[in-house]
Design a protein around this ligand. Structure first.
Ligand code: ATP
Length: 142
């Protein structure tokens, strides 16, 4: 029997940074509902560009205002919804510089926001593809 095709979902977010001396701090978020640490990101809404979605989601999840510096490419992964549907997820990542705001407290999506030196952020991040995106950002930041 032929398998039903996976439904696709699209999100945007990225590596949100500010300079800290000779190094950079980046934002990572903890999500209790997935029991993970990830880069801030979220669903692209109808009528929104990928860049607009990344900026909005970063603001909503972290409390930080940020501007897009450059694209970091995309990651693709598959997961199953509780009902069993297979989802193909595409996340468009951007290098984003913090322009204002402060890391926010817990909200419905995020249980904790941390701004950490890149090395410390990497030890928290749960997913290998997030690590690869951060390494790419690190290379661009120099
Ligand atoms: P968002 O609105 O931020 O896109 P979501 O909660 O709808 O988030 P995901 O963050 O994609 O969806 O989480 C769905 C499933 O995929 C969870 O089981 C989660 O553990 C897993 N997941 C999340 N991020 C990654 C990733 N970078 N690589 C692999 N699996 C991931």
């Amino acid at each position: 029997m032929k398998r039903p095709p996976a439904t696709s979902e699209y999100s945007a977010g990225g590596v949100v940074y500010r300079r800290n001396g000779a190094d950079y701090d980046i934002a990572v978020v903890q999500r209790a509902r997935h029991n993970d640490w990830s880069l801030p990101k979220g669903h692209i809404e109808a009528g929104e560009s990928r860049e607009q979605a990344a900026i909005r989601e970063v603001q909503e999840e972290t409390g930080l205002d940020a501007r897009i510096v450059s694209s970091l490419g995309e990651v693709v992964y598959f997961y199953r919804r509780p009902g069993g549907d297979l989802i193909r997820k595409v996340v468009y990542h951007y290098l984003m510089e913090i322009t204002g705001g402060e890391p926010g407290g817990p909200n419905w999506e995020v249980s904790e926001v941390r701004l950490l030196p890149i090395t410390d952020a990497l030890t928290l991040l749960s997913y290998e593809n997030d690590h690869m995106i951060v390494e790419k950002a690190k290379g661009m930041l120099g």
